[in-house]
Structure formats: C-alpha cells, structure tokens
Design a protein. Structure first.
Length: 275
C-alpha cells in the first residue's frame, strides 16, 4: 500500500526491501502490523464466503470444466467484495496513519473498527464503500483465475488423497494460484489503493477510476501500475499456499469421514500395556 500510493516527487521508499527496513527503523517492528485488525476481522468471513459460493456455483453449473471453474471463481470474487472493500479501506487508512513516525503524534483512528465508524459518521455508506467499483473489477476476474489455476495445477501434478507428497503439491498449487490471480489484475489493485487512500491528508486528487488511471499514468508512466508488485507476490505465495492446502485437506478429511460404512463397527486398537 505504501509503495502504491507514495508521492513520486518525494518518494519515501526505493523499493520493497527499503520500505521494509524503513518501517522497522522508523516505526519499530509493530509498524509492519498496522491495520492487522481489519484482515483478522474480515478474512475468516471472506474465505468462508469465497469457498462456499465457488463450490455451490460449480455444482449449479453441473460440469467441472475449466470454464465453469473460472465462472464459479468469478462469482465468488464478485460477492465477497461486500466485505472485502470496507475491510481493505480500513486496512489502507490504518497502514498510512503515522507514516515514518516512531510514536504517532496525531492518531486519527484507534483501530480498524474505529476507522470505519469515523468514516461512516463523516461520509456515510458511500464513504465506507469507497473503491467498491475498482474492488469489483479487480476481484471478479482475479478469483476466476485463482480457482482455474488451482484446478489446472492440481490436475497436472496429480494431487490424490493417497499420494504421500500431496501436501507439498497442494502448497505449490495454492501458491502459484495466488501469484497468477494477483498478476491478472494487479494494475487495478494500484488504482483501488490510490482511490481508498485519496483524501487522507484532506486533499482529494481523483474524481473516479478513469481520472485516477489518467493522472497516475500522466505523472509516472506505465510503471506506476506495477508499484508494490514484488511485495505483493512475496506475500501471495505463502498466504494462498496455506489457504488452499488447508481447505483442500479439510475437505478431503470430511469426505473420507462421510464415506465410512455406517454399520461397520469401529476397529479395535490394541494399545501396549505401558500406555
């Protein structure tokens, strides 16, 4: 977020690792966790919604084809915007608060919830949903590619429940899915961050998505749309590897439980007397 929205005339950071070092030096290690409350509140509901909608949409479409995987993922991405947009708005505002300060001199927001409440009191529902259209444009195709890539990767690698290497394969497939999904719509993420950060200092720069695209390109060229890409991809692989692998293993376990014969008695396990 900080790399995406920083002023090109007076840049604070030269790149991902310089940004990382500067935050620790200027704001302590706690500066790396600014805005963590918002994802912790929202991500559980987002992932439940995403995987639930994707699974049910795929079943409704009937056939498990690459096109249907993409459509089901896109549907899931579109619906979760209702939670994702306000969550990311609070995260963005919290992450930009007190940039470069070891101890906050002025604290507009106490936490993510306080941030959303104050935005609502000042701007109403429209303020809470700032960046909703750009979030929708980003998330809809992004989640389509997300689930499509995972499906293709797991089929190609032959991820079967009895495979002894199934966990590493699932982790790799999930990580690659995250990278592909972010690459597919990353320029829109830059625009979304800029729109949600707009007005933080009391000055509004953009009138909408197209105005933001035009002004950003005019001032900084095409490279502006790749700002912060390195840090995003470094985050995307482990996060999505863990997410997809956890969900898949859990579903495999539940499926195996459902397939157990109902009338068959449980096997007797003879434990050594020492236990």
């Amino acid at each position: 977020v900080r790399l995406q929205v920083q002023n090109v005339e007076k840049p604070l950071y030269r790149g991902t690792f310089h940004c990382f070092q500067s935050i620790i030096k200027q704001e302590s290690a706690f500066g790396l966790y600014k805005g963590i409350g918002s994802p912790m509140m929202g991500l559980t509901f987002i992932n439940a919604l995403v995987f639930g909608v994707q699974g049910n949409t795929l079943r409704a479409l009937g056939k498990d084809t690459p096109l249907n995987q993409f459509l089901a993922g896109s549907a899931a991405g579109a619906i979760q915007c209702v939670i994702c947009c306000p969550m990311e708005l609070a995260k963005t505002r919290m992450q930009l608060q007190g940039t470069g300060e070891y101890k906050l001199k002025t604290k507009n927001y106490k936490n993510s919830l306080d941030c959303l409440i104050k935005i609502y009191q000042k701007e109403g529902l429209r303020g809470i949903n700032r960046g909703m259209v750009s979030t929708f444009i980003r998330e809809t195709p992004s989640f389509g590619f997300y689930f499509l890539t995972y499906d293709c990767m797991t089929r190609y690698l032959g991820c079967e429940a009895e495979d002894s290497y199934v966990i590493p394969k699932l982790l790799f497939s999930g990580g690659m899915s995250g990278i592909v999904s972010w690459l597919s719509t990353y320029p829109m993420d830059v625009i979304k961050s800029r729109l949600q950060a707009d007005g933080v200092g009391g000055v509004t720069q953009y009138n909408g998505i197209l105005d933001c695209v035009r002004k950003s390109y005019h001032e900084e060229g095409w490279r502006v749309f790749t700002r912060g890409l390195t840090s995003t991809l470094l985050r995307a692989f482990p996060v999505n590897a863990a997410t997809f692998a956890t969900v898949t293993v859990f579903l495999m376990y539940m499926k195996s439980e459902d397939n157990l014969p109902e009338c068959e008695p449980a096997p007797v396990i003879h434990q050594p007397s020492s236990l």
